[in-house]
Design a protein around this ligand. Structure first.
Ligand SMILES: Cc1ncc(COP(=O)(O)O)c(C=O)c1O
Length: 360
């Protein structure tokens, strides 16, 4: 892709994307009710209220701006991605806004709901049989049609401004200012690309906050093993059952150096936690939010046992309506042999006593 794109088109494209950001309000920071005498407050940053329904709205915006300012996206560039999830939904939205063709490479097993969402925003789905084939196929497709491979897994950590510029971390600290514990003791997030944890980890160090970053990892994922052993070529080769997080290999945007602690989370624990979230707050979230909540409950249980007051912040990553036929369907859980009952009991006991019973 040698020729320069028209600067006036790029200027207008940047204006259009900035205008979209300007029309959007910041996402809420909800309180999850805990017994007051614990002296601990738990917050959920609600990224499901973005126009495209997930935290990936921020990443997609950053990847488009990064491609535009690097001279990689122009008025006739075909955009390509490897994603069956939230990222593709958000990227399709921005591509349509700029009048560009967007193709995402997805495994044939992708849920019809996700396909419908991507196509709703004008995106095209290109199918592969095996998930690991997504990356090479996206690269091949991009070079075949003289396109641009947005490549979230590689550029998520580079395209997002970790110093501020209204990134998710800056927004959280601004919204915590009037709270009784304005500087969180812990921030708990999951990892798909690793971009979100990289942004939080870099921001708290850059701003010299004492906040620690905990990253939760679902079953079959490679991130925990890599962080624990230091081996970035650690790979399970196994897909995650929690959409959006957990990877068969360690992704380039995963930055272990900014992570203070990692927690492995059973899928049943994640899927029970989103039921308790709905029960206690009415908020309807996807599975990765449940993984976050398990992490938050575990760290809060530790703070209670140590008599440590403070605040914990985690993310509500996307809305539950996308998972009505899976995570919120008891027949689907039974078919997958996922028993959430023991965790429902654990959480209900924890929310009274502050003690989260250890894993059996
Ligand atoms: C629903 C959901 N939660 C969490 C994440 C993890 O975010 P990141 O890719 O920034 O690590 C993703 C990423 O795709 C996601 O789709």
């Amino acid at each position: 892709m040698s020729r320069l794109h028209s600067r006036s088109w790029v200027r207008e494209a940047v204006r259009i994307i900035e205008a979209d950001a300007n029309r959007s309000a910041d996402t809420h920071l909800h309180v999850f009710p805990l017994p007051a005498d614990w002296g601990i407050d738990l917050y959920l940053k609600d990224e499901s209220v973005h126009p495209t329904g997930s935290l990936k709205h921020r990443l997609a915006r950053s990847l488009f701006l990064y491609g535009l300012v690097n001279g990689q996206i122009g008025q006739d560039t075909v955009l390509v991605e490897a994603s069956s999830g939230s990222t593709a939904v958000s990227e399709a939205y921005f591509a349509r806004m700029l009048g560009l063709r967007f193709i995402t490479v997805v495994p044939r097993s992708t849920s019809p709901e996700k396909i419908a969402l991507i196509e709703f925003y004008g995106g095209e789905c290109h199918y592969v049989d095996r998930a690991p084939d997504m990356y090479p196929e996206a690269e091949r497709l991009a070079s075949e049609c003289n396109g641009h491979y947005l490549d979230q897994f590689t550029y998520a950590e580079r395209a997002t401004d970790w110093r501020g510029n209204n990134n998710i971390a800056e927004s959280v600290y601004a919204q915590m200012q009037s709270e009784r514990h304005p500087v969180p003791t812990w921030i708990v997030v999951g990892a798909g690309t690793g971009g979100t944890s990289a942004t939080f980890g870099r921001y708290v160090r850059y701003k010299r906050h004492t906040t620690k970053i905990a990253v939760v990892d679902p079953e079959n994922s490679s991130f925990y093993g890599a962080w624990e052993t230091g081996a970035l070529d650690y790979a399970t080769g196994m897909p995650s059952r929690i959409e959006g997080i957990g990877r068969p290999r360690v992704e380039p945007s995963f930055v272990p150096g900014v992570i203070d602690e990692m927690l492995q989370v059973p899928d049943a624990a994640s899927l029970a936690a989103i039921r308790v979230l709905r029960e206690r707050t009415g908020h309807w979230a996807g599975g990765s939010t449940g993984t976050n909540l398990f992490g938050a409950f575990t760290l809060i249980s530790r703070m209670v046992s140590e008599g440590q007051a403070g605040s914990v912040v985690t993310l509500l990553c996307d809305g539950g309506e996308r998972y009505a036929n899976t995570y919120y369907d008891d027949a689907w859980l039974a078919q997958k042999n996922i028993d959430i009952e023991p965790y429902l009991e654990k959480y209900r006991e924890f929310l009274v006593s502050g003690k989260l019973a250890p894993e059996a």
